[in-house]
Design a protein around this ligand. Structure first.
Ligand SMILES: Cc1ncc(C[n+]2csc(CCOP(=O)(O)OP(=O)(O)O)c2C)c(N)n1
Ligand SMILES: [Mg+2]
Length: 357
């Protein structure tokens, strides 16, 4: 009989370690040689996303929003960092928590708010709500609530990009919960076997609804599934926009030059409940204590602190960003509030494609 010690598990079960430890990484981030203009642009986008999310949360609380909204507050850095690398012809896909991805890619704030309010001017013409965002002009090809559902579609977009050979890529954003769907594993296998230009981008916020990852999986690192499929992967601090910017740039370059798929695991944490604006501190493993610590890993505050020490920003600069985005947000919300709903007769016309099309 073989000795048990010859059965290996350790190499194959990486753990997130400090990346998932809420006591770590509270310091300002390292700016490296990133230009001050780019850093300030990232700061501005993350503040814009947060202001929009806080507004949506307030309106949900006031009962003005009828569709479920999954807020991304605390997770602004990953979509912000990826977006500048995306070019016309690329195709980005998201999931149910995708307001930030829509905005980071250049989506129109008014059309987002109109969609959330079910209005005719919404980006899905008022028929989708918060979880069905689309903005093809800015390379966002769809977000859907079914967990894992856009992963194979992004993989198919990767196959199309490979066939047209113009250096275009596909990006699939998904959460740690998607790793419990078979379709992720099928997609990883296909993309690796066919060397498809797909970035599999896991925003691992350690939770799927109210369940912490330690209650759902034997390891907290989702990148282990990339390793199992021979896909190069990198697991990083998902609240450090500079690290994210560099890693996503490399991943995009690898995909564009035909190196095959790449897997990024960005470790982060959502501040609000799974759905809606409440903090939901009564669920999950130590969520109440952990949330307070994760707030100290705030992607915005850590960038702002680093910018202040480098002399690239100050309290007045942040204040002016907040004022500017808050007023844009409140104007866009008001405009969406005043906008008309779609006509009732259009209900089926917009949901189903006519048979002769
Ligand atoms: C196939 C499927 N199963 C279950 C659900 C219910 N559900 C909606 S969101 C969610 C959690 C997903 O967690 P994760 O992928 O980590 O994303 P996060 O909410 O953390 O951003 C679940 C289980 C669903 N929408 N689709
Ligand atoms: Mg999650």
């Amino acid at each position: 009989m073989e000795p048990e010690s010859q059965f290996k598990t350790d190499d194959f079960f990486p753990r997130l370690g400090p990346l998932a430890d809420p006591d770590c990484m509270h310091d300002p981030i390292q700016l490296g040689d990133t230009s001050p203009e780019l850093l300030r642009a990232h700061l501005s986008m993350m503040v814009r996303i947060r202001c929009a999310e806080e507004k949506i949360g307030d309106e949900v609380t006031d009962g003005k929003v009828k569709c479920p909204c999954h807020l991304v507050i605390g997770q602004e850095a990953a979509p912000t960092a990826l977006a500048p690398h995306i070019k016309p012809g690329d195709k980005v896909f998201g999931a149910h928590r995708s307001h930030a991805h829509y905005l980071a890619l250049g989506g129109d704030l008014y059309k987002l708010f109109a969609e959330i309010q079910g209005k005719n001017d919404g980006c899905s013409r008022g028929m989708g709500g918060s979880m069905h965002l689309i903005d093809r002009a800015n390379q966002l090809f769809g977000t859907v609530p079914i967990v894992g559902a856009t992963i194979p579609i992004a993989t198919g977009a990767g196959l199309a990009a490979k066939m047209t050979a113009k250096g275009e890529i596909a990006v699939s954003f998904f959460g740690d919960g998607s790793a419990e769907e078979g379709v992720l594993h099928e997609s990883l296998n296909l993309a690796a076997s066919m060397k498809l230009p797909v970035i599999f981008f896991c925003e691992n916020n350690l939770f799927s609804s109210h369940l912490h990852i330690s209650l759902r999986q034997p390891s907290d690192s989702i990148a282990r599934f990339a390793q199992a499929h021979c896909i190069p992967s990198k697991t990083i601090d998902g609240n450090d926009v500079v690290v994210l910017h560099e890693v996503t740039r490399t991943a995009v370059d690898m995909c564009r030059r035909g190196a095959g798929p790449v897997f990024i695991e960005a470790v982060t944490y959502r501040w609000r409940g799974h759905v809606g604006p409440r903090e939901d501190t009564d669920v999950g493993v130590k969520r109440k204590d952990d949330l307070e610590k994760w707030r100290r890993r705030d992607p915005i505050a850590r960038l702002q602190a680093a910018l202040e020490s480098a002399g690239y920003s100050d309290a007045a600069h942040l204040e002016s960003l907040l004022n500017c985005h808050r007023s844009e947000v409140s104007e866009a919300w008001k405009k969406a509030d005043d906008a008309p709903f779609p006509a009732e007769k259009e209900l089926f016309e917009r949901v189903y494609t006519p048979a002769n099309n």
